[in-house]
Design a protein around this ligand. Structure first.
Ligand SMILES: NC(=O)c1ccc[n+]([C@@H]2O[C@H](COP(=O)([O-])OP(=O)(O)OC[C@H]3O[C@@H](n4cnc5c(N)ncnc54)[C@H](O)[C@@H]3O)[C@@H](O)[C@H]2O)c1
Length: 440
């Protein structure tokens, strides 16, 4: 099939590459000239396991192309995916500017039947908005070209995006046009060969499903973070509690890890957008989600608070080793990352730091600028030199089994503040460390 992917970010590039991988002819459009230049040169602008090889393989096979030419992109695909960003606006609602601009471009140039597929995470009712934007453009041109709008939210996880796209748990298709549904079934058939994973709904239910999924996951995290804070003061171990409740199949073990708050490009913005939709569209106050959001904001400061409790409010002259900057492992994405709040807290209290991250240093430099108080190390161990404490923010695999003797010899004092509960407290304390974890 001929497919156009509008937007080559985490979702668009992964989706485009995976659709090319199964034999489709995919053209990816982006307004960012620099991104397209990098992609045309055979590189990829983001870090995502397995993606670079897949992109290169499909470019070489002639199935994956990149462009900044809107007209060419609109003419290319019968299926036009919209996978552009929907960042939070000032009031927390999703900013629909990019989605609607992409829709208008399609209406401006289309000359034959198109299925326009919303892959971006968009508020309920957006499919109607996309439909109207295209209709308006067609009307201005005085033509009546047929088209259908489909809502197809994406559930991939950064860090495992290629695997998630190739082996989806479910594929939600929100549509009413029979021809479009048939095309979507054919498009996704290669990704669900052992059993049917496609759920056809109306567009509004599809749109709400995406927000509901992220809101549920965020709720589990904030719930566990609050319980962890309680466990600490009651002398319980949240890890034991996690295992105790996870064993109940109604609860399950997934997404029950307490930590230093959730970040990323999705949970924070999607929780805020859903709260905003509920108040503005329905006059409903989503009390649970407002609490989830507030608890998460507070949790992002938990590491800074623990450090100040141990070393005092004034951290002038103190230096810290920070392991992990990305909002989670296996990505370079730092949008709303807890590391940003920790770093702000440390700097505000007068401290300096040396950070290490296997993938996100270039993002950190972009977001934090060149600041003499922040240095970057080439390895986890290099970051430790003369630090007053090691602070762990992201659970990269390479941090799981470190050389504790070496850590102790490099730190000025044996203090580890672990925002991801990577170690057994008895073991680490047995090695002479002061070990501050979450809820343990
Ligand atoms: N990142 C994730 O893990 C994830 C997972 C599921 C869903 N989503 C949703 O998917 C959407 C995209 O997220 P992302 O992380 O890929 O965003 P991103 O910011 O990484 O990428 C968006 C891309 O769209 C491009 N763009 C903007 N306007 C354009 C236009 N008119 N024409 C062509 N290109 C345009 C931008 O230049 C950018 O490259 C969002 O709605 C997000 O909520 C993201």
């Amino acid at each position: 099939m001929k497919i156009t992917m509008v937007g080559t970010g985490y979702v668009g590039l992964v989706s485009g590459a995976c659709l090319a991988e199964v034999g489709n002819d995919v053209l990816c459009l982006d307004v960012d000239l620099e991104k397209v230049r990098i992609l045309e040169a055979g590189d990829i602008p983001i870090f995502e396991p397995g993606l670079q090889d897949m992109v290169q393989r499909n470019v070489a096979a002639g199935r994956l192309h990149f462009t900044t030419d809107v007209e060419r992109a609109v003419h290319h695909g019968t299926i036009q995916f919209i996978a552009v960003g929907t960042p939070p606006g000032e009031d927390g609602s999703a900013d629909m500017r990019y989605v609607l601009a992409a829709a208008r471009n399609i209406g401006r140039f289309m000359t034959d039947y198109k299925v326009v597929v919303d892959k971006s995470t968009v508020p309920v009712g957006t499919a109607d908005g996309v439909q109207a934007a295209i209709a308006d453009e067609l009307q201005q041109r005085g033509v009546r070209t047929p088209y259908a709008v489909v809502s197809n939210p994406e559930f991939l996880k950064e860090g495992a995006a290629v695997e998630d796209f190739m082996r989806p748990d479910r594929i939600i298709i929100g549509a009413s046009d029979e021809q479009a549904i048939l095309l979507m079934r054919a498009l996704y058939a290669p990704f669900q060969r052992n059993r049917e994973r496609l759920i056809v709904t109306d567009a509004r239910s599809a749109e709400l499903s995406k927000y509901a999924a992220n809101a549920m996951l965020a709720t589990r995290i904030s719930f566990m973070n609050e319980l962890a804070n309680l466990a600490e003061t009651l002398g319980a171990d949240i890890e034991m509690v996690r295992q105790g409740i996870g064993a109940d199949p109604r609860i399950g073990y997934h997404f029950l890890y307490p930590g230093c708050g959730y970040g990323g490009s999705c949970f924070p913005k999607d929780v805020k957008a859903l709260i905003k939709t509920a108040t503005s569209e329905a006059g409903l106050d989503l009390k649970v989600l407002s609490a989830v959001e507030a608890a998460n904001q507070a949790q992002k400061h938990v590491l800074g608070r623990k450090i100040r409790q141990r070393l005092g409010d004034d951290l002038t002259g103190r230096h810290f080793a920070v392991w992990g900057l990305a909002f989670k492992p296996n990505t370079d994405d730092m949008r709303e990352a807890p590391s940003l709040e920790l770093i702000a807290d440390l700097l505000a209290a007068g401290a300096t730091l040396t950070a290490y991250d296997p993938a996100a240093v270039h993002e950190a430099r972009r977001l934090l600028g060149e600041d003499p108080r922040i240095r970057y190390a080439q390895s986890p161990n290099a970051a430790l030199q003369d630090a007053d404490a090691l602070v762990i923010v992201t659970e990269w695999k390479e941090f799981r089994s470190p050389d504790f003797d070496l850590i102790r010899s490099r730190l000025k004092q044996p203090l580890i503040v672990d925002g991801r509960n990577l170690y057994d407290p008895a073991l680490v304390r047995g090695q002479g460390f002061d070990y501050l974890a979450i809820g343990r």
